[in-house]
Design a protein around this ligand. Sequence first.
Ligand code: ADP
Ligand code: MG
Length: 462
Amino acid sequence: LWPQVLKQLEAVLNEQQMQTWISPLEAMEDARRIRLVAPSGFILDWVNKKLFGEIKQAVGLVAPVNPPEVTLEVGDYALDSFDEPEVSSVPQALRETPETKQDVEPAAQAKSTQGDSGTKKSIKHNLNTNFTFDTFVEGKANQLAAAAARQVADNPGGSYNPFFIYGGVGLGKTHLMHAIGNELIRRNPDSRVVYLHSERFVADMVNALRHNKIDEFKRFYRSLDALLIDDIQFFAKKEQSQEEFFHTFNTLLEGNKQVILTSDRFPKEVDGLEDRLKSRFGWGLTIAVEPPEFEMRVAILMKKAAEFGFLLPDEVAFFIAKRLRGNVRDLEGALKRVGAFAQFTQQMVTVDLAKEALKDLLALQQKMITLENIQKTVADYYKIRVADLLSKRRTRNIARPRQVAMAISKELTSHSLPEIGDAFGGRDHTTVLHAVRKINELKETDHRVEEDFNSLVRIITN
Ligand code: ADP
Ligand code: MG
């Protein structure tokens, strides 16, 4: 049952949660019970507190009649693994894969120990092999980040060190980071590359401290060619981890080993992060990923649809891209929903079908985007009052924001021109139409207007 449960979980949890907390669990099942064995107490606690509900729900979905009981425990081997040199110092995440230890045939084993320095070589990269440069769609929003990432892969430990990617959720930071890791390993299979979510780094460190293995822990990390740490905002306020990380980080940089980091915001703005870390992060290259623009959203939908193996007509891609402006993860989720819905009802993928499949999602979005909301956000943005927007005043510093607000209203809501005109102090629908045209024209020619418009759309849709 567990493999099916995992499939269910994949649909509701993100990659990072799956990799950090779910995949370390070992399942032992019979007809009545699924015993989940966690490799450490830390993981046990975490799963118990934060993900156990999801797990039980997934089991219920897979086995609606007589679902087996699910229990969670910590395995004995959590401690044993510490007694092995080198690999064991880094607990579960990086533990040597079991196959290379025991399960290989004697002949193969003899062969593998011949040339190389034995077990030392096989470390667990934790890389998702689907996250490559090939599967990464580039556009205005991430062009710089992608170009820099390729350079890092070309020249690890070079001048972009550390390489720091920041930006909102679901915009491809983790993907890009894995792409570099995968590329490094493709070029040099022996390369000691390790990806870790920062929470996992902290968990492993706490574990190492608890078992007096901190020296091995340090030695392991300092032996890497490239260290990829995701979402470092979680380091904030964990002083001891910062201290340890700072030393590891310095050692790696001094040895010209590549360090890649991501965060949901600019390093200097991560609360609780030590100043010396912030400033050191800035020594390499810090680069942002932005929310995808329309063309890129369409391209992403097309590419993902092809990967999922279903045909996505252009107009459906346009429809989804127009209505969902958030991040790539949401786009992907929407696409999966449309695909599943089409399969389930055995229908062709059409705009109507997409509307039906995404009904709840779109309704939720519409509810939050009201004309009032738009007016208030635009007024705040330009530091004027909503009353000014609705007034008859026609000075430029009021008239332009008013036009922007109208154009955004047209773009983001399904209100008609007369309805929008009404909401803006009882204006005629031709006034609204004029505003929409004017702003669309200015977006092409006036950089400032384009930027304001895009920022506002982002604020309103998030
Ligand atoms: P982040 O780490 O910024 O929160 P992720 O890297 O986890 O975002 O991306 C979320 C999902 O969206 C992943 O499935 C990823 O493959 C996909 N994704 C994000 N950006 C792109 C892109 N430019 N091209 C293709 N897929 C993308
Ligand atoms: Mg991420």
